[in-house]
Write a protein that binds this ligand. Structure first.
Ligand SMILES: *Cc1c(COP(=O)(O)O)cnc(C)c1O
Length: 394
């Protein structure tokens, strides 16, 4: 029988999830603007301006692409567009999302390989170098930057250097990392970086954002298997950003307005300042988790994400019961694990508007209180809060 606890008790007061996340108020009011006809000259100018603003936010020299669907669209489109008949593909798997991406890559590849590590660890660039040395025919390498169901960060700059030296194309799923942590997309050699506004940028789920290198455009244009005239097409949108060019189909007008507002906020605050408050929030959260006698999921704290903290579930605690109690008694909603990490950890998101250390204090209080209530264990919530506050004070 379905547990009804989650719908009873305190209404949701704090959504501290890993996506969808709460939106910035400015984003919500932008969604409420009049929905213009997509060929209204005002919207054509707005679309072009948003794409150029996005280019600035991404920090890339090429024009980015917006696809009109939440980021799984961008990820699936990337697999279809880049992989040509005959290609050898390497997928790097350190978690559930990395593994899932293989299911889109595998059917398109002539030869498909994976490097796998345990889901509390990250990919070793030396292992990638060794593989590419042994398989010089490899054309495409894919990695998930922040494998969200584990809350761990792959070293994409180091992996990217190896991939670029080898000459393969590098696909990066940075959906839950970009705009929440330092990333130099071009220095990392990312040829097709897929992200979205619905995680660290504080927008609702609706769009995919793609940073595309010149090498990636050349490969897609030469690829007879790349979708055209399709919702999965990246190529169809290449020139659509210019106000004088047509759209392949109607763009998500309200969501483009929302993205515009989010980009304004991101650029006004400054990416480095935004990344710093994400990092500080995660640091406060980790300090509190440890001070309450709980364990982080990540094998080493250096690989723990600044945009999500995964906390190991104590022996014998049911994750659904824990999250229900946090919701019911405290009005705090956090994320579960997924697939292999389900019922082994819970996750607190630090993304966009919730990337402020005070939210770590709220999460720690609700997590510690719910655990104490469920298990009868004495959890030192005061020590957790004090440790988080010490990080806040710097
Ligand atoms: C959120 C996310 C996606 C997009 O998938 P959702 O359907 O929004 O969950 C893709 N990749 C990663 C790493 C993500 O965190």
């Amino acid at each position: 029988m379905k547990d009804t606890r989650a719908t009873a008790g305190t209404p949701t007061l704090f959504t501290l999830t890993t996506g969808p996340v709460n939106c910035y108020p400015e984003v919500l009011s932008a969604i409420g603007q009049p929905v213009l006809y997509d060929y209204d000259p005002a919207f054509l100018a707005q679309y072009e301006a948003v794409v150029l603003k996005l280019q600035t936010a991404l920090g890339v020299s090429t024009i980015p692409v917006i696809l009109q669907g939440e980021p799984v669209l961008g990820l699936e489109a990337a697999a279809h567009s880049l992989i040509a008949p005959g290609d050898t593909v390497l997928n790097l798997v350190s978690g559930v999302y990395g593994a899932g991406y293989g299911e889109w890559l595998r059917p398109r590849a002539q030869a498909f390989h994976e490097i796998r590590v345990p889901y509390d660890d990250v990919i070793d660039p030396a292992a990638v170098a060794a593989f590419l040395g042994a398989h010089p025919e490899t054309a495409v390498v894919a990695v998930c930057h922040h494998d969200t169901p584990s809350g761990t960060i792959n070293p994409i700059a180091e992996i990217g250097r190896v991939v670029r030296d080898h000459g393969a194309l590098f696909v990066v799923d940075s959906v839950s990392a970009w705009a929440g942590m330092v990333i130099d997309i071009e220095a990392a050699g990312a040829d097709l970086l897929v992200t979205g506004p619905n995680k660290c940028l504080g927008c609702p789920p609706a769009l995919s954002i793609l940073a595309v290198s010149d090498r990636a455009w050349a490969k897609m244009e030469a690829n007879p298997a790349a979708p055209r005239g399709s919702i999965l097409s990246i190529l169809d949108w290449k020139e659509a950003w210019r106000a004088e060019n047509p759209f392949p189909f109607t763009p998500s007008v309200a969501e483009i307005n929302a993205l515009n507002a989010a980009l304004d906020l991101y650029l006004a605050e400054g990416p480095a300042a935004v990344w710093a408050r994400h990092a500080r929030t995660a640091e406060a959260m980790r300090a509190g988790v440890k001070a309450m006698g709980l364990a982080l999921w990540a094998a080493r704290e250096e690989i723990a994400s600044p945009t999500c903290t995964a906390v190991k579930l104590p022996e014998g605690v049911d994750e659904t019961a824990l999250r229900d109690r946090m919701k019911c008694d405290y009005g705090v909603v956090i994320s579960s694990g997924r697939a292999e990490t389900f019922n082994r950890l819970v996750r607190i998101g630090h993304m966009g508007p919730t990337a402020h250390p005070i939210y770590a204090v709220i999460a720690l209080t609700a997590l510690g209180g719910a655990l104490a209530g469920l298990t009868g264990r004495n959890i030192d919530i005061g020590a957790g809060v004090a440790a988080a506050e010490a990080v806040m004070r710097g």
